[in-house]
Design a protein around this ligand. Structure first.
Ligand SMILES: [Zn+2]
Length: 252
């Protein structure tokens, strides 16, 4: 109980700072408080530091000049990136290997985010991962060499911080990093092959989810699997990262 009395206000303080910095919407801050409190209460300060580093680095990258990817993250986006990690760390007391799932989920989210933020700014024309045809910058499933290097860097960064703060056994950091890269690769394959593509009839935007920023209307689905929008793909990506990290560590 003492854990929660400390964890909830601490998480709310960090989420509140992110809301003031315009990184989170109101609903995003509430969801981030929930994710942060679970991670701090069940995983301790080391796990919470890793979560904050992931979030701060992703927000800092999206604030870099060169592309307009900065927007307040809502509850759905926060849960897409953080709910699997939170569930894994909550299961850690019963399943000791769940700390690898926590790190693998965050590594996949980090690798995917860094690939996008770095790729749209510094990458050459991206190509479809399935057909290799040129795609618009920032399109789901479009990959570039620089973006892929960004994904490797993000996965390695999460593996290294995991090693530092959670004292992983043996080659655990490498398993986390590789799991993150596998997750991001899976994200690109889903994004290119199955993810829903939307267009808003009112404002003409081509958002990655039906609800989009600065517009009260819902975008219509042009193609792809119904309901499989960018948030759902990101959520599946973190599950792939979590499962990969557990499986890879058993090979260490
Ligand atoms: Zn619109």
């Amino acid at each position: 109980m003492l854990n929660w009395i400390l964890a909830v206000p601490a998480a709310a303080a960090v989420a509140g700072a992110a809301w003031r910095a315009r990184s989170l919407s109101g609903s995003g801050a509430v969801a981030a408080t929930g994710v942060g409190a679970v991670v701090l209460a069940f995983g301790g300060i080391g796990a919470a530091i890793i979560l904050v580093i992931f979030f701060a680095a992703s927000s800092a990258l999206s604030a870099l000049p060169g592309a307009d990817t900065r927007s307040r993250r809502g509850a759905r986006q926060v849960l897409a990136n953080g709910s699997v990690a939170a569930a894994a760390i909550a299961a850690h007391a019963i399943f000791p290997s769940a700390d690898m799932a926590f790190l693998g989920a965050l590594a996949a989210a980090t690798a995917d985010t860094w690939a996008t933020e770095i790729g749209v700014r510094f990458g050459a024309t991206p190509r479809s991962i399935l057909t290799l045809r040129p795609r618009p910058r920032g399109a789901s499933g479009a990959v570039s060499l620089v973006g892929t290097l960004g994904s490797v860097a993000g996965a390695l960064a999460l593996g290294a911080t995991g090693q530092l703060f959670l004292e992983l056994p043996g080659c655990g950091w490498g398993a986390v990093a590789l799991a993150g890269f596998i997750g991001a690769l899976f994200d690109s394959l889903l994004g290119d092959g199955l993810q829903a593509v939307y267009r808003c009839p009112e404002c003409g935007a081509q958002p990655e989810t039906a609800r989009h920023r600065d517009c009260p209307h819902r975008a219509e689905r042009l193609s792809g699997v119904p309901g499989l929008d960018n948030d759902v793909v990101n959520w599946i990506t973190t599950i792939v990262g979590a499962g990969s990290a557990v499986a890879l560590q058993s090979l260490c």
